[in-house]
Design a protein around this ligand. Structure first.
Ligand SMILES: [Zn+2]
Length: 361
């Protein structure tokens, strides 16, 4: 029961809910379901790791994760695995942005590094908000052409090696814009994949219309990489399936509101082709605003949205500036398309994030 005794949880729960024993009974029953759920998640993970685990057993690290999650069960606990909080749009009020995220139930935020300069800045934020902010270190394909001096690589590696930096990236290939030549993008991407292998850190990937070339490079490193996360996935069902077959994780954003195609993310989710154990959620703030009004959501998806989550989006987020506090709404939308409960999507994605990235510093 995390750091509190059972009775103190019971008392504080009853206090919050006007002393209701009935609600406590419901809550503690759901806690038991949750424990069973966690056990099944662990079980699945061990099936994937075909090592000598003949029987399901929790390691101390996993017990810690499960204890941590239990403590947060009263609210939706979610982890934003990608927010560009070094963007100058947050220059004036980052403290409030992070406080709002916490109020919304976003416990941890990974700040994306997209160049040497802002990977350094992202790492600085981890020190200002320890235990809440984590960073990645990488060079976005648009910025590939900037990696001209060898010292920049040395600096990037130093940043990536810091314990608060939990992944190499974002890095990858983007053939929709020509900010950097494709061959330059490939060379700069390869070097970052190599760096992730050497540091033993997960790879945080960006890919737009370049899946074939991207997979070619990743295949060359197969077996040496730890986890691969394709962040802000906006591709087709077929593209999604190719990544899932490789064992990669997909990060889903508010783009789910924008994509109305027949064969895109909505379909990937509603046909349950993307399993919960490969799913992550992110806001990609300040981008990917979840515009729930204009998106013609099916009724059953609308039903999964809570007033609380929508309030955070409606009050604080716009097309110009999305915020991590929009993440619970994204979780509810994803849950709606999947036909799952939002709590289950929240737990599964938080669990996946903790397993892949650690996030315990
Ligand atoms: Zn990206």
């Amino acid at each position: 029961m995390s750091k509190y005794g059972k009775n103190s949880i019971e008392n504080s729960f009853k206090y919050k809910h006007g002393g209701s024993s009935v609600r406590w009974a419901i809550f503690s029953a759901s806690l038991k379901n949750f424990e069973a759920y966690l056990a099944s998640v662990f079980d699945t993970i061990y099936k994937h790791h075909k090592t000598s685990f003949l029987k399901f057993r929790m390691t101390s690290e996993e017990t810690q994760i499960s204890e941590h999650l239990k403590g947060c069960y009263e609210n939706l606990i979610v982890i934003d695995i990608g927010a560009n909080l070094t963007n100058k749009k947050y220059g004036r009020d980052l403290d409030s942005v992070i406080q709002r995220a916490k109020d919304a139930g976003v416990q941890k935020i990974m700040v994306t590094g997209t160049s040497v300069k802002n990977s350094k800045e992202a790492l600085r934020l981890t020190r200002l908000y320890p235990g809440t902010i984590y960073s990645t270190a990488g060079v976005h394909p648009h910025d590939a052409k900037s990696m001209v001096e060898e010292e920049m690589w040395t600096e990037l590696r130093q940043i990536a090696a810091a314990p608060e930096c939990v992944a190499v990236g974002e890095c990858g290939l983007n053939y929709t814009k020509d900010f950097s030549e494709p061959q330059v993008q490939r060379a700069v991407f390869k070097r970052q994949v190599e760096m992730a292998c050497q540091l033993g850190k997960p790879l945080f990937v960006h890919e737009k219309e370049a899946q074939e070339d991207l997979l070619k490079i990743l295949d060359e490193h197969a077996g040496r990489l730890s986890s691969v996360v394709v962040h802000s996935f906006t591709g087709s069902v077929d593209q999604g399936l190719k990544y899932i077959e490789k064992g990669f994780f997909l990060g889903i954003t508010g783009y789910i509101c924008k994509d109305k195609s027949d064969g895109g993310i909505r379909r990937l989710l509603s046909e349950r082709a993307l399993p919960l154990d490969k799913l992550l959620v992110e806001t990609d703030s300040p981008f990917m605003y979840p515009n729930m009004r204009a998106s013609k959501l099916p009724l059953h998806v609308k039903d999964s949205l809570t007033e609380r989550s929508m309030n955070f989006v409606n009050r604080y987020c716009t097309f110009q500036r999305n915020e991590p506090c929009a993440l619970p709404a994204v979780v509810e939308l994803v849950a709606g398309f999947l036909g799952e409960k939002p709590e289950d999507v929240a737990l599964a994605t938080a669990f996946n994030a903790l397993k892949i990235f650690g996030l315990s510093q």
